[in-house]
Design a protein around this ligand. Structure first.
Ligand code: ATP
Ligand code: MG
Length: 140
């Protein structure tokens, strides 16, 4: 399998509980390398652009409000099959349905406040990385 890059966000519910290091440890234990990382507050406009695919969903407003409610840590993760691997490490969207020892099973509070985001495909990974990082900020 090829070396890939995926985009990750440690969401406000996790940064509020000081879980950045705990989440990063789970990422690294899975064999993924954090090749870019910064702690930021995203704007409403950035959150709306980022989750534009969900604009028509009933939870869109709640999702955007949540994503701007506190700091987030945006990251680029690199490794063999990184996109699918990180989705496995994250676990299902709803923590009640997430597999044991996944980030969401261990740390998420609810389907909305679910601690992490990870890209779902190669095209979205590329697009999401470009929304938050310049090429020279990613050091593999
Ligand atoms: P993400 O895109 O954040 O990695 P995901 O791909 O597992 O999560 P999506 O279906 O893309 O899930 O939903 C995006 C985000 O919207 C979820 O992570 C969650 O924060 C929020 N969300 C999804 N479904 C619901 C819901 N039913 N109620 C509230 N929030 C939801
Ligand atoms: Mg998604």
């Amino acid at each position: 399998m090829a070396i890939e890059r995926t985009f990750s966000i440690i969401k406000p519910d996790a940064t509020a509980r000081n879980l950045t290091g705990a989440v990063n440890a789970m990422i690294e234990q899975a064999g993924l390398r954090i090749v870019a990382q910064k702690r930021v507050r995203i704007t409403r406009e950035q959150a709306e652009t980022f989750y534009a695919v969900h604009k028509a969903r009933p939870f869109f407003g709640e999702l955007v409000d949540f994503m701007i409610s506190g700091p987030v840590v945006v990251q680029v993760l690199e490794g063999e099959g990184a996109i699918a691997k990180y989705r496995d490490v994250m676990g299902a969207t709803d923590p009640a349905k997430a597999a044991p020892n996944t980030i969401r099973k261990v740390h998420a509070r609810s389907i909305g406040e679910n601690s992490v985001h990870g890209s779902d495909a190669a095209d979205t990974a590329k697009q999401e990385i470009a929304q938050f990082f310049a090429g020279n900020e990613i050091v593999g």
